[in-house]
Design a protein around this ligand. Sequence first.
Ligand code: FAD
Length: 497
Amino acid sequence: TDAAVIPALVIGTGYGGSVAALRLAQAGVDVHMVEMGMAWDTPGADGKIFANTTTPDQRSFWLRTKTKQPLSNFLGFPIDKAIPRYTGVLDAEEFAGITVYQGRGVGGGSLVNGGMAVTPKREYFGGVLPTVNPDEMYNTYYPRANAELGASLIRSAWFESTEAYQYARVGRKHAQRSNFPYVFVPTVYDWNYMEREAAGTVPKSALVGEILYGNNYGKKSLQKTYLAKVRATGRVTISPLHRVVSVTPASGGGYTVFIEQLNTNGDPIATKQITAAKVFFAAGSVGTSKLLVKLKATGALPNLNGEVGKGWGDNGNVMCGRANHMWDPTGKLQSSIPTLGIDNWAAGGAFAEVAPLPTGIETYASFYLSITRTPNRAQFSWNAAAGKVDLNWQTAWKEVSINAAKSIFDKINAKEGTIYRTDLFGVYKIWGDHLTYHPLGGAILNKATDNYGRLHGYPGLYVIDGSLIPGSTVVNPFVTITALAERNIEKIIATDL
Ligand code: FAD
């Protein structure tokens, strides 16, 4: 027990947490970041920090004894395999009706994600964050977020010529032939590095299919952007393998934060207590929602309002594959970083990213992750009997998303004379409707918090991650999460310090 009160404690080291820590430190505030995952700064026995997608091992999954790959089958055969239980980088967290994939470790989701850095079209922003001024977002905070994250577009001449984006060119051709608008999306991958991978002059990451279980070289994860700057301030300490389990008002002011130190088996090996003047919840949509719902229900933070736990959505994620003709091969070599999207949002409520299937063999498959418009929102609640937080999502709610995705792919299949793949998500199953990569909501801005993320009922407690966003960002979410965090922390630093 430490009697000293620290000025600011940040729970989680993903996008929201990294923005908060950097701006607080730059304003002269000492910050302590607590992260339940590993540091991911030390190579394993194979000389690499992260495992390859095709050969998952203990590093790949958070506390599982068998992999749970998003594509569970290939050519009808189950592909999941036994692995040692370990505090690995990708969490496939299971709730009753949905598996929610999340990153675990210093850098949060930036360690595992596809790096697509997409800013929603301005005309849709009012539907994403209705209480936020679009002018300030599009003039100041989106540009700031994109610059700090290092988002940029692929070099056009290289896109058109490289074998590694044959799959995306086929995806574009099919979109064009069915008259769908397509867009190149910026990514946070270092494109010059990828070109050097193709030339064979540097160790490969995107071009050996690294995705989902971490990227060893070219992706600019938060460790290379915000968190590098965080470290350079000298004001921030980061504690990996430490999980926050409770936050409650301290008798002398501020908040007592209860923390468990974990070993790599996921077992608590020590408990610690820190008192902090301000606490920032940045544990991600699921992590922050679970903490707040539990703390309200169990009496640690009873004055949180009734909006806590509500408004959770899956960003309408649904996956599918199409079987192409022999004259449309998608390539043996596929870059793991998607860079093309099919935009049918206005007409059909779907934005589909043309995704890789980096198997190393020619599959003649086109693979897509669609982000769709859906009204369905779920709620987290405290299950006292089981001592855990439940989510009342229903798999059947994905029907809306499947129909939206069909607005694109039924038309393309009809035009091309092709069919859906039925072997990727089980046996004779077309739609990957059991999962999301994009959890959003659970502590909605201007509902559970004020319009800048200050939790109602507790001065000095803030939410600053994807849980502020009501279930959808229309496109991939991390640029919006980062930009909103930039906006909120600027206000908080100006008025609350
Ligand atoms: P996170 O990044 O999830 O960070 C939360 C952190 O808090 C985690 O490190 C977690 O371990 C930690 N934590 C949780 N609970 C606790 C606790 N109790 N104590 C201590 N620490 C805790 N988005 C895009 O925009 N583009 C993409 O291409 C893209 N691809 C994706 C691909 C995959 C496979 C996945 C899983 C996600 C993808 N995303 C993508 C989504 C994106 O990564 C997330 O939206 C983003 O990371 C959320 O940011 P956040 O700050 O809300 O939380």
